[in-house]
Ligand binder design. Sequence first.
Ligand code: GLU
Length: 446
Amino acid sequence: MRDRKSSDISNHANSANPEPRAAPTHMPLEWDTPMYRLAVNQLDQTAELMNLDPNIWERLRTPQRAHVVSFPFRRDDYNTVETVFAYRVQHLLTMGPTKGGIRYHEDVNLGEVTALSMWMSWKCAIMNLPFGGAKGGVRIDPHTLSGDELQRLTRRYTSEIIEVIGPDRDIPAPDLGTDERVMAWIMDTYSQQKGYAVPGVVTGKPIEIGGSHGRSEATGRGVISCATEAGRSNDISLDGADVVVQGFGAVGGTAARLASAQGAHVVGLSNATGGTYNSKGLDIAAVSAWTKANGDGLADYPEGDAVSNQELLELPCDILIPAAIQNQITEKNAAALRCRMIVEGANGPTTLEADAILADRDILVVPDILANAGGVTVSYFEWVQGLQQFFWSEEEVNRKLIDLMQSAYHSVDQLAKEKGVTLRTAALMRGIERIKQAKHVRGVFP
Ligand code: GLU
């Protein structure tokens, strides 16, 4: 293991055959959290296997720009003013504008947002989209906010990051805790400041202001498309399969509905409050109608048995779809899972230790950066449609999405077989390789 040569620094293009070296051991403290470490460890393991140019490896370990803001936020009672922390992290500016969602969650921190921005970089590169990764977050529990509070918070956060976003610069989208309403307010706040309508500043916005058909269901549709392809190559037909879905939001809800439409029995389903299990299969439309009428408590659903979120993950099934939050499949429960295949709808649901246990147990994992890339893929379609002012039908969007997901899946699967690695490692290799090539041809300024 050798340190990089000084000539390598002057231009990446001069370092076609770099010496491998040990991963740098220091961690930048500002964003050193468990989730950031997971993203960096995944990168390090893959870079080592790829014999990645150490100069590029080092560049990819940290975000290019990280914006930390705090601002005053007034609750409806007009007495309380609290200080809210928020972030926008741009990991990679090499490939085009940066792209990635904004999440509202009480645990959001710089490390989490940074990890998510790195995963966005790999995701966009795997799908061949002309974007680098970004992510934003506001540290607040959105469930405690009235509609007015949510709007005020969104407009203030937008004005705090207004200088770093834009249709050619950095394009936010929905993520955990945000939706198309929030995107409309971001678009409006940005446009008010510019003095004209700028729909291209966000994706995942309502159709009325330039949103794309099929965007709200795109992540879930991509997940099911990956489950179908992975099932095909591994003798698990979705038709007749027992499926468990953790999460009943935009991703989990759509995945459950589409799986069931393809003949799967969705035997387990949960949201943040708990879950429900029925070995004969749940009627997804009935569960939806029930939660609308009775509130979120899925555990009380009368046509199933109550299960906790942890119990849900360990239910016997063919396909497990974690589609809620990070850090769900860990060294504590990986040995107890009773599924044949995992398709990750959430970002970062599986830890590194769990990944190794699952690989030992021959449980196939379709990784997040591939399985949930349908969302950003249709975001790309939305951005392109907006630039051209030429809008596609829902059928066309879905067809193009499924085509891209299928070919990405097969290209990653083929690489995994060629290299004898997991799908996660192959997906990382594919993404990182594309970024490396772009960095090599651009060189180093000045
Ligand atoms: N938040 C989504 C993700 O994690 C979508 C990002 C986007 O559409 O830009 O992939």
